[in-house]
Write a protein that binds this ligand. Structure first.
Ligand code: ADP
Ligand code: MG
Length: 360
């Protein structure tokens, strides 16, 4: 028997079985009583029993069929749709007088909703993964092809020309460095996006961390003719955050402030009050750089988005810095704000939660 036939017959089979068993039971009980209590002949009792059997069979069959059939059909439809990965919006509100079958329908609808949600979640992850792999291979191609080109030229004879030789090796090295930055940032972002990297949130001194990061970037700043300035604020201010991740945020933002700036430019780091919540403060990194056009402002935190690809590449950018910042800020339950004006400069601010601990 095919599943289709089985389904059709199954709706009536249940009613049929219920009707036969209750008719047999009622008839035997009534016939037994008549035999004991009355002095009818057995032929009369047999006739009455046959009539009773027919009546009770028909009544029970009709009632049972009416009670079960539609709901069994509905249940069958939901399960069938599920197996075909179809998930409609079913109505399955339970009333006070609901019976077991209603409960089963209700549970099946809930199961269908959860399977639907889980499938869409998995689809989203799968699409994200495909897109990510596409982006990565695209990003890897550029430096790899560049390195290949330089080596090929050297092998084709340029290796014997000392001037070209050194220049090409330097260029190849710059691309190798780009690959290193890229793999580091990729590892970082995938650990953040898969949730593998957890924030270790503790009370920390904010000024200490800022000065630490600025010190490591000072050499680069001098080379690029940029001045980094930390606005003075209370060194005892503490926030609840992951020290290493705040360092990472500051590094990315200050490096951007230097990269997308002009010689003689300025990067300032400081804190202000956050007006919307007293328990929070704002940490900002402000620059006097090239600024970001209004149309690109919402996109700069997207993975691999760069306003000017060649400028970013030339400065060793991967297009992942701000995406990493955004992830860390969100993992802290904080907010990132970007304000910018073309040719004037940009301010990147993040909220941080103040710690209540008073220091000794
Ligand atoms: N301070 C800034 N001033 C101007 N443009 C910026 C600044 N910070 C980021 N951008 C723009 O946003 C893009 C994405 O930044 P980011 O994710 O850090 O990648 P990148 O590796 O290119 O620096 C940059 O390529 C640049 O176009
Ligand atoms: Mg960057």
């Amino acid at each position: 028997m095919s599943l289709k036939d089985f389904n059709k017959k199954a709706y009536s089979k249940l009613s049929l079985r219920t009707a036969i068993s209750s008719a047999v039971f009622t008839t035997l009980l009534a016939a037994g009583l008549l035999w004991i209590v009355t002095d009818y002949f057995w032929q009369q009792i047999l006739l009455m029993a046959a009539c009773l059997f027919m009546i009770s069979f028909l009544v029970v069959y009709a009632v049972s069929d009416r009670l079960h059939k539609e709901r069994l059909k509905q249940l069958n439809k939901i399960v069938k749709n599920m197996s075909r990965k179809k998930f409609d919006d079913y109505d399955s509100d339970l009333s006070q007088s609901s019976d077991e079958l209603d409960m089963l329908i209700h549970r099946t609808v809930k199961a269908s909703d959860s399977v639907n949600k889980e499938l869409s979640r998995l689809n989203k992850i799968e699409n994200y993964r495909k897109e990510f792999i596409g982006d990565i291979s695209h990003e890897l191609k550029t430096p790899i092809f560049a390195i290949q080109g330089f080596i090929e030229t050297l092998l084709n004879g340029a290796v014997h020309d000392d001037k070209v030789n050194e220049l090409f090796l330097k260029k190849a090295m710059r691309n190798v460095n780009r690959l290193i930055f890229l793999t580091n940032d990729l590892m970082e972002i995938s650990r953040l996006e898969t949730g593998e990297m957890k924030s270790n949130i503790k009370d920390m001194y904010l000024r200490d961390v800022i000065l630490d990061v600025v010190e490591t970037l000072q050499y680069k700043a001098q080379k690029e003719d940029i001045e980094i300035h930390v606005k003075d604020f209370d060194k005892n201010i503490q926030v609840k955050a992951d020290r290493n991740q705040i360092k990472q945020i500051l590094t990315n933002l200050i490096e951007n402030g230097m990269k997308y700036n002009k010689p003689g430019g300025y990067v300032e780091i400081g804190i202000t009050d956050y007006k919307k919540a007293k328990e929070k403060l704002m940490l900002y990194v402000k620059d006097t750089g090239i600024g970001i056009d209004k149309k690109d402002l919402n996109r700069v935190t997207e993975r691999f988005f760069r306003v000017d690809k060649s400028r970013s590449r030339e400065k060793g950018g991967t297009g992942l810095g701000l995406a990493i910042v955004k992830h860390i800020v969100e993992a802290h339950g904080e907010k990132l704000f970007i304000e910018s004006q073309s040719e004037v400069g940009s301010t990147f601010s993040i909220t941080l939660t103040r710690s209540n601990n008073i220091l000794v």
